[in-house]
Write a protein that binds this ligand. Structure first.
Ligand SMILES: Cc1cc2nc3c(=O)[nH]c(=O)nc-3n(C[C@H](O)[C@H](O)[C@H](O)COP(=O)(O)OP(=O)(O)OC[C@H]3O[C@@H](n4cnc5c(N)ncnc54)[C@H](O)[C@@H]3O)c2cc1C
Ligand SMILES: *[C@@H]1O[C@H](CO)[C@@H](O)[C@H](O)[C@H]1NC(C)=O
Ligand SMILES: *[C@@H]1O[C@H](CO)[C@@H](O)[C@H](O)[C@H]1NC(C)=O
Ligand SMILES: *[C@@H]1O[C@H](CO)[C@@H](O)[C@H](O)[C@H]1NC(C)=O
Ligand SMILES: *[C@@H]1O[C@H](CO)[C@@H](O)[C@H](O)[C@H]1NC(C)=O
Ligand SMILES: *[C@@H]1O[C@H](CO)[C@@H](O)[C@H](O)[C@H]1NC(C)=O
Ligand SMILES: *[C@@H]1O[C@H](CO)[C@@H](O)[C@H](O)[C@H]1NC(C)=O
Length: 533
């Protein structure tokens, strides 16, 4: 049975009771937080005293540390349950101590690297918990000679791209476009971006990792074994342990790549262009990634209009790209003046929606961007969506107002990798994936939140006949608790199979076997984790 979460009034009621309970836990004392705090300095002596890393609500910077990597304001309200402590690890021994002491004192931990979890699972729990924050652990060591890089989980994608580009003009790494996204969550959840048709997902290019397990042991690929290594590369790190660092295999990129962003409105006939895109984008040469981004914008008179931006990246030059586009997608009418030949790093800046020529210092310091309230969902599409449905979709988007979508073409390398090579099963047979993303910036109250969430769910619901089914697949990095979730401290295998089959299809059963082996007592858990048998 699918559990709608937190759709049903009953679940909402239970959750609100639980939140008020855990808030009071934070102040009274049935909870063993003191035991936990006293335990920490007794573990793993390393010359790095742990008190410099531990924040409780009594420390003045507790709140600012908690908020610094919170990326969805839906989880920043006064009623959102707060951790009893934050350990902002400065050394791997702090990670080990946190695990050992939390286990000893019956506390749950939530692991946070970049904090982009769509449902806030890296910093919110409905049972007494501590946050293990990884942001201090963010070194990035690039070896051009070995064409590889070791990166710690707290490093952001922006920093990783910057460090690679500092060392080489002809290397890159296939991962997402959000510069502030953390390596820890992104890689353990799959990781995709504009190099995926050429090189696959991030996890298809990760060759080693360091993990702290539920006993506080540090393991690398060799000592953890292939099953665990397979599981943490796409199966969600937070079910298996804490990943300290990853070894990336760099990929080759040309010194100049071509990027473009052309936008067509509904009035300009974008429905036909988008319809045709479905047949073209997934079968273009691997060197060309062409995203379609349906969105609602205000026109100059302040009226809401529907449009689609076609954002492209070609691993080559404009003079090769234009005839290719003219032949395969003349409806887009791509012109020379739309195309920009830039270094791979400049393309990264472009994809972050910053103007070409933005200085690195600004790109690397995006802290002042306003943080939205948002709700997102995902889909996979296996056969082209009819024009009538696209027309409906634009109507629904206009009704929501604050929504954009991303249609990300598959094909190319993505179709060559077997569905069981990694936990991420969405490979051959998919034309593209969809992300639905509704966001708002003003705190418009619970009613507005409910309305936006309701309308987003309704659009998703209406798309049911036209997207993947049995199961209706979803992308784990676009976490969505609507597709099934274990509430409170439960870890029910039947419920887990509901969301697990959507994220992982047949790989779910292997993930359960690995979990049973590495964490049989289920220390590492959250609403959508993998339970042991
Ligand atoms: C603005 C924005 C842009 C995005 N762009 C893309 C994109 O282009 N492509 C894409 O694929 N995704 C994208 N995402 C989704 C993103 O990849 C996921 O939200 C990802 O999980 C975030 O990782 P994080 O470390 O920042 O998040 P966190 O919230 O810190 O972590 C996410 C999950 O991973 C777990 N986790 C984090 N660190 C560790 C660790 N060290 N060990 C074990 N478990 C850990 C957490 O407990 C949580 O369950 C984007 C998200 C946002 C908000
Ligand atoms: C938080 O406060 C405690 C008690 O005063 C102190 O020992 C600890 O060092 C503080 N934490 C940080 C990170 O400064
Ligand atoms: C990078 O190198 C520094 C210095 O040798 C080291 O301290 C750090 O742990 C390395 N980082 C990774 C992720 O290997
Ligand atoms: C459009 O205008 C409305 C108010 O008129 C505003 O709330 C909204 O943020 C604007 N949207 C965009 C995409 O600029
Ligand atoms: C585009 O293709 C058409 C027909 O194949 C051809 O006539 C035209 O010259 C081409 N235009 C460009 C700019 O290449
Ligand atoms: C593409 O253009 C649209 C419409 O102007 C804009 O909203 C979007 O930010 C642009 N995207 C990129 C990657 O430049
Ligand atoms: C879940 O929480 C309840 C209530 O606090 C407790 O009785 C139960 O033992 C917990 N179960 C697990 C598996 O932790």
């Amino acid at each position: 049975m699918t559990m709608k979460f937190p759709n049903s009034p009953l679940v909402l009621l239970i959750l609100s009771i639980l939140s008020s309970l855990s808030v009071s836990w934070a102040t009274s004392e049935p909870v063993p937080i003191n035991g936990f705090l006293q335990c920490l300095p007794k573990q793993f002596h390393s010359g790095h005293p742990i008190f410099e890393a531990v924040y409780t609500p009594q420390n003045t910077s507790f709140q600012s540390i908690l908020m610094a990597r919170l990326k969805n304001r839906r989880f920043s309200s006064p009623t959102t349950p707060k951790p009893l402590a934050i350990v902002a690890a400065k050394h791997e021994s702090h990670v080990q101590a946190t695990i050992v002491c939390a286990k000893q004192h019956g506390l749950q931990i939530r692991i946070r690297s970049g904090g982009h979890d769509y449902e806030g699972l890296s910093y919110v729990s409905h049972v007494p918990f501590v946050v293990l924050d990884m942001f201090h652990l963010q070194s990035v060591n690039v070896s051009v000679k070995d064409e590889s890089a070791w990166v710690e989980s707290g490093a952001t994608l922006g920093k990783i791209y910057h460090k690679i580009a500092q060392k080489s003009k002809v290397h890159g790494f296939p991962a997402g476009v959000g510069p502030t996204v953390g390596a820890g969550g992104h890689f353990s959840g799959g990781g995709y971006g504009n190099l995926m048709r050429k090189y696959g997902l991030s996890i298809d290019n990760i060759v080693d990792a360091k993990l702290v397990d539920a006993n506080g042991r540090i393991l690398d690929r060799k000592s953890m074994g292939e099953d665990i290594f397979w599981a943490i590369n796409g199966g969600g790190g937070a079910s298996f342990g804490v990943i300290l660092s990853w070894k990336l295999k760099l990929v080759r990129v040309p010194e100049k790549v071509t990027v473009f962003n052309v936008t067509r409105t509904l009035e300009q006939g974008v429905t036909d262009v988008l319809y045709k895109w479905q047949f073209v984008a997934p079968v273009l040469p691997k060197d060309l990634f062409l995203r379609a981004r349906p969105e609602i914008e205000n026109n100059t008179e302040g009226k809401k209009i529907a449009e689609v931006s076609f954002i492209g990246q070609f691993l080559g030059q404009t003079r090769e790209l234009l005839p290719l586009m003219n032949e395969s997608f003349p409806e887009l009418r791509l012109r020379r003046e739309d195309c920009h030949e830039v270094s791979w790093f400049e393309s990264v800046v472009f994809w972050a929606e910053l103007p070409l020529g933005t200085p690195r210092s600004i790109y690397l310091n995006l802290k002042n961007k306003p943080i939205p309230f948002f709700k997102a969902k995902s889909d996979y599409v296996k056969k082209p969506i009819p024009k009538k449905v696209i027309e409906y979709m634009f109507k629904a988007m206009l009704e929501i107002g604050n929504i954009w979508m991303e249609w990300n073409p598959h094909g190319g390398r993505m179709s060559e990798i077997s569905a069981s090579a990694t936990p991420s099963p969405h490979r051959a047979g998919n034309l593209y994936s969809i992300q639905y993303y509704t966001s708002w910036f003003q705190d418009e109250g619970i009613e507005a939140t409910n309305r936006y969430i309701h309308l987003t769910r309704k659009l998703h619901e209406k798309m049911t006949p036209f997207v993947s089914r049995n199961p209706r697949e979803a992308f784990q990095n676009y976490r969505d608790l609507d597709i099934g979730a274990n509430v409170y401290n439960q870890s029910n295998l039947l419920t887990a199979r509901v969301y697990g089959s959507k994220y992982f299809k047949g790989n779910f059963e292997r993930l359960v076997r690995v979990k049973t082996m590495v964490d049989p007592h289920n220390f590492f858990k959250h609403e959508q984790s993998i339970p042991p048998i």
